[in-house]
Ligand binder design. Structure first.
Ligand code: ZN
Length: 215
C-alpha cells in the first residue's frame, strides 16, 4: 500500500471571546466575570457570560435578517463541515462579483468559501469599532447564490450590508463571521464549524477548525 500523506495539523480559525472585546455598536457588550470565586472563599470558580449572539467568530441564522427565517438550531450543519477554500481577496473595499469570477472560474455547487481580506491584517477584534472593513457586495452575494455556494466565511464581524445578508441568508447559505484567518493561507482545507445550539437565536458563537488538504 502506498504511504498515505501525513495529515496537516488542525488550525484554529476562531477569534477568542474576551471581556469587553470589540462588538457591533448597537449589540450588547461582552462581559466575562466571576460570580463565584475560590479567591473569595467559594468552593468553585464560576463565570458568567453576557454577550450578543453575534460575538467574535459566529454563525448567522436566516432569522437574523428574515423575520420568519430559521433559527440557529435549524441550520444544516453539513454546510459547515467538509472541504472549503480560503480565497485571498485583493480588492481593498469589497468582495466583488468580478473578482470571484476571476479567482473561482471552476466553483462548484456545494462549495464552502472563506474570504481572507485585508481585515485579517488589522487585528480587528481589539481595535475600536470601524465601518471601514471589506464587505461582500450584493453583486457578489448574488453570484455566490447563483453558483450554489453553501457556506461563506468572512474575517470581520459582518459579511456586509443588509442586502448582502438577505441574499445569502434567503438562499440558505450559512454565513460565518468573525473568522481568524491569520494562519490560513489561500488553498484547500477541510473545516469543522459548530455553532452553539441556542433555541430561537438569530446567530450563535462557533468554534471552527481547519486542516489543509493536499493540493
Ligand atoms: Zn452575525
Amino acid at each position: 500500500m502506498p504511504d498515505s500523506p501525513t495529515p496537516s495539523p488542525w488550525l484554529d480559525l476562531t477569534t477568542p471571546i474576551t471581556d469587553q472585546m470589540l462588538h457591533w455598536p448597537d449589540n450588547a457588550p461582552v462581559h466575562i466575570r466571576p460570580t463565584r470565586s475560590m479567591a473569595w472563599g467559594d468552593a468553585a470558580n464560576v463565570t458568567e457570560l453576557s454577550l450578543s449572539a453575534h460575538t467574535a467568530t459566529h454563525v448567522d441564522a436566516p432569522r437574523h435578517f428574515l423575520a420568519e427565517g430559521a433559527d440557529v438550531t435549524q441550520l444544516d450543519l453539513s454546510t459547515l463541515m467538509g472541504p472549503a477554500r480560503v480565497v485571498r481577496i485583493e480588492h481593498e473595499q469589497f468582495v466583488t462579483r468580478d473578482e470571484l469570477e476571476r479567482q473561482l472560474p471552476e466553483v462548484q455547487p456545494g462549495a464552502r468559501l472563506l474570504f481572507r481580506t485585508r481585515n485579517t491584517e488589522r487585528n480587528w477584534s481589539v481595535q475600536p469599532f470601524t465601518q471601514d472593513f471589506v464587505k461582500v457586495r450584493a453583486d457578489a452575494a448574488k453570484w455566490l447564490r447563483d453558483n450554489g455556494v453553501v457556506c461563506v466565511g468572512v474575517d470581520y464581524l459582518s459579511v456586509g450590508p443588509a442586502d448582502t445578508h438577505k441574499i445569502l441568508l434567503g438562499a440558505s447559505i450559512t454565513v460565518i463571521e468573525g473568522l481568524n484567518l491569520r494562519q490560513a493561507e489561500p488553498g484547500r482545507y477541510d473545516i469543522i464549524c459548530l455553532p452553539l445550539l441556542i433555541e430561537g437565536a438569530d446567530g450563535a458563537p462557533a468554534r471552527i477548525i481547519a486542516r489543509r488538504l493536499q493540493e
